[in-house]
Ligand binder design. Structure first.
Ligand SMILES: C[S@@+](CC[C@H](N)C(=O)[O-])C[C@H]1O[C@@H](n2cnc3c(N)ncnc32)[C@H](O)[C@@H]1O
Length: 245
């Protein structure tokens, strides 16, 4: 079995925020769609207030943690990569996010400590997502929200998310993603149910192919114009919310 490459996150440095010849630029572009969607959901569930405690698991360079801190939420961001956390902290304009090195398999928090847990582009980076979902549910309060984004497992996702990225983006690290770790929406729903959480919403996210100028398609870089959009289809990647009982 191919092993997903999680070592790369130790070497990005400020390239988390600047690189355009690396798939990290796709994460940045995608977060422009994910972040407003997540903030809208937090508001819809009446959690957009200064008492709300959020845990962002696998927070990487802090795109989401830092954006949620700007909404005055109390944010903790954890990641295995201390180097990524340094970058995340340097970009935290609020200087309020509690960044900690920690392993999602064993969260260093008491039971029922958080109102919201987020995991963006994270579950497909671990071998046992079901166990991690059980662990994160432990630290989530009753009626708390689990907000996730991950990739579906099918041939189209393999072609678009793994192969096209390898072919078109110059510095795509080897085994950035591996197909067997992608998660079908039905599997994720079941993992959540097993952890006493019910998925109440899922929506797809896809690139707007027309936002890639043809002249830039084979340039090896991610064009500044690239946009992602929400879609009904969950075939590629999907974002969603589960509520704890
Ligand atoms: C694709 S990045 C996503 C970063 C961020 N959530 C985002 O969307 O920009 C995956 C992150 O998960 C982290 N990671 C992988 N395994 C982990 C684990 N067991 N515990 C905590 N973090 C982990 C990696 O270090 C990396 O920063």
């Amino acid at each position: 079995m191919q092993k997903v490459n999680n070592d790369i996150y130790n070497d990005y440095g400020d390239r988390w925020y600047t690189a355009n010849d690396d798939p990290i630029a796709l994460l940045r572009a995608e977060s422009k769609v994910k972040t407003p969607w997540i903030i809208a959901k937090i508001k819809e569930f009446n959690y957009l207030n200064t008492d709300t405690k959020v845990l962002d698991i696998g927070c990487g360079g802090g795109f989401l943690s830092n954006a949620l801190a700007k909404q005055s939420l109390q944010v903790t961001g954890i990641d295995l990569s201390a180097e990524s956390l340094k970058v995340a902290k340097a970009h935290d304009e609020t200087n309020t996010v509690n960044y900690q090195v920690a392993n999602a398999c064993e969260l260093p928090f008491e039971d029922q400590s958080f109102d919201i847990i987020t995991a963006m582009d994270f579950l497909e980076h671990v071998d046992k997502p079901a166990e991690i979902i059980l662990e994160l549910s432990r630290v989530l309060k009753p009626k708390g929200l689990f907000i996730f984004h991950t990739f579906n497992r099918n041939l189209l996702a393999y072609f678009v998310i793994i192969k096209m990225v390898e072919w078109l983006i110059k510095k795509t690290p080897k085994n950035l993603h591996v197909l067997h770790l992608f998660i079908k929406p039905s599997e994720l729903k079941q993992y959540c149910l097993d952890a006493k959480m019910k998925v109440v919403e899922m929506v797809g996210i896809k690139p707007v192919f027309s936002s890639i100028p043809l002249a830039k398609l084979f340039s090896g870089i991610v064009p500044e114009t690239l946009k992602f959009e929400l879609t009904k289809s969950l075939l590629l990647s999907y974002i969603g919310v589960a509520v704890k009982a």
